[in-house]
Design a protein around this ligand. Structure first.
Ligand SMILES: N[C@@H](CCC(=O)N[C@@H](CS)C(=O)NCC(=O)O)C(=O)O
Length: 338
């Protein structure tokens, strides 16, 4: 089997998400650190990490980004150890958890990394050092300043500012505690085998729990199981899983329902307000999350995320929709999908 070339970086949570997924699924890959890719490789329209170099129908190499559609492409392109549950109801919840990881937890990742001086200093030293060439002290300091300056200017895109910081941090602490509680009786979010949602959450936690000083100290202290889960999810290539290793969507554990409620408490109001702002062509998203004011720049990609979730919900049959509605009853997701 030909190995899949991807361009990425260890400090990129979505890169870690996809590398862990390929390891679990035993799909061979070649991981090229950004800046070391051959000059003749095709380039992505929007240079995002990870970027995969994939052959299209007539064999032409294309640069392909965006982890969520890539995971679904690999589900049909590669047999064995799928990460998408066979139950459409569970698969929808899996998509919701993946999106929460990719689009909400990433706010905590970006916020903690670029809001606190000790995290800025740490990232400014470590991230440029992942580059292709050895750097002397002056070059590393210069690259660190350039990199952190660029990322700090992007904080407004993820909505991290004085007003939203406490909302982001409180939600992260709640999520860590809820995941810790769930891991007392389950190996993964949806049972005894990992779903796409696990890799979405894991990707961001590789940074939050094991890289950036402020959140990793907090996570280590509060949640030893979460801290260990991130370590072990890094390479699940050796675990065996059972076909029936998924939870029964009609009998979901309280610990998972609590996690779903947490996602509805913070991510649902953001998705709705952001989609409304994008539709209206507004300059900013102004809403309330967790009873507190929230303001950020509208983000077109997240309006698409809501659209994709609504499409998947609309495609559910009556029985599966009833199972999803039961799982999300009483949460902020009620009425969001249809
Ligand atoms: N939706 C994309 C997001 C990818 C993404 O935003 N990657 C970050 C790195 S973690 C990136 O490339 N940011 C721009 C940059 O660092 O130049 C995915 O799921 O793959």
């Amino acid at each position: 089997m030909e190995s899949l070339p991807l361009i990425g970086a260890p400090g990129s949570p979505y890169t870690r998400k996809m590398v862990a997924l390929l390891r679990y699924r035993r799909i061979p890959y070649r991981y090229i650190y950004r800046g070391r890719e051959p000059a003749d490789w095709p380039r992505a329209k929007v240079p995002l990490l990870p970027t995969f170099i994939l052959k299209d129908a007539d064999g032409t190499a294309q640069a392909v980004t965006d982890s969520t559609p890539l995971i679904r492409r690999f589900e049909s392109a590669y047999a064995g150890r799928p990460v998408r549950p066979p139950s459409p109801a569970l698969a929808f919840l899996d998509s919701l958890l993946e999106d929460y990881g990719d689009e909400w937890l990433t706010k905590a990742m970006f916020h903690y990394r670029w809001a606190y001086q000790q995290d800025i200093d740490h990232a400014s030293g470590v991230l440029p050092s992942c580059g292709p060439a050895p750097l002397d002290d002056d070059s590393l300091a210069a690259m660190g300043r350039a990199f952190s300056g660029r990322q700090i200017s992007r904080l407004r895109y993820v909505g991290s500012n004085e007003v939203t910081g406490p909302v982001i941090e409180d939600s992260y602490v709640r999520f860590v505690d809820l995941l810790e509680a769930h891991l007392k009786s389950h190996r993964f979010l949806l049972g005894d085998r990992p779903g796409a949602g696990d890799f979405g959450v894991y990707g961001q936690l590789t940074q939050l729990a094991h890289m950036d000083p402020t959140p990793s100290t907090l996570t280590e202290r509060r949640a030893p199981r979460v801290y260990a889960w991130v370590w072990t999810t890094d390479d699940l290539g050796g675990i065996e899983v059972a076909d029936d290793g998924w939870l029964d969507p009609a009998a979901l554990p309280e610990t998972l329902l609590a996690i779903l409620a947490e996602t509805g408490r913070v991510y649902a109001p953001l998705l709705l307000a952001n989609a409304a702002a994008v539709m209206a062509g507004a300059q900013s998203v102004e809403t309330t999350i967790d009873g507190k004011p929230w303001s950020q720049q509208p983000f077109v990609y997240q309006a698409k995320c809501l659209g994709w979730l609504r499409e998947e919900y609309a495609a559910l049959g009556e029985t599966d929709r009833a199972l999803v509605d039961k799982a999300l009853a009483g949460t902020g997701w009620v009425g969001v999908f249809g």
